[in-house]
Write a new protein. Structure first.
Length: 152
């Protein structure tokens, strides 16, 4: 295969030459990086023939992926992606630079806050400070999750 054929096949496989439906795009790419909401929107806009601004992520779910980052994956392939995660669990000693027990505590705290409707970055930061989270850890954790709207 010559260089131009290799480049063509690469672009074709990334759905950059011909659009496909969003589910196929996300499935073929094994998820879309989703640390910020604009990343997967832009990716789908240029790749998905059925992209709709009012429902850009229909049928997709946001997960902490096996790649160690936030990704959108097809909802019906969630089991596949979760099975690829390290089976020792998400929190090892040193996760977020703290012990496993502390990481589990803060993860549970954040889940509870979000479940209670506190899903804006500033509100979550304030709740963490009130609960005793130090400034260094607060910075590390807050870098892990908001989109451009300020939602966690």
């Amino acid at each position: 295969m010559d260089k131009s054929a290799l480049l063509y096949n690469s672009l074709q496989g990334l759905h950059l030459l011909e659009k496909a439906d969003a589910h196929r795009v996300v499935s073929d790419l094994m998820g879309l990086q989703a640390q910020f909401a604009n990343y997967p929107k832009a990716s789908l806009l240029i790749r998905a023939a059925d992209y709709r601004e009012e429902e850009p992520f229909r049928g997709l779910v946001k997960i902490w992926s096996h790649r160690g980052t936030m990704h959108l994956v097809p909802e019906d392939e969630l089991g596949l992606h979760l099975a690829a995660l390290d089976n020792r669990g998400p929190f090892q000693d040193g996760y977020w630079g703290i012990s496993k027990a502390d990481a589990e505590y803060w993860a549970t705290f954040l889940e509870e806050q979000i479940g209670q409707g506190n899903n804006m970055r500033d509100g979550l930061k304030a709740a963490c400070v009130r609960a005793g989270m130090g400034e260094g850890l607060l910075h590390q954790v807050s870098m892990a999750g908001a989109d451009s709207s300020g939602r966690w």
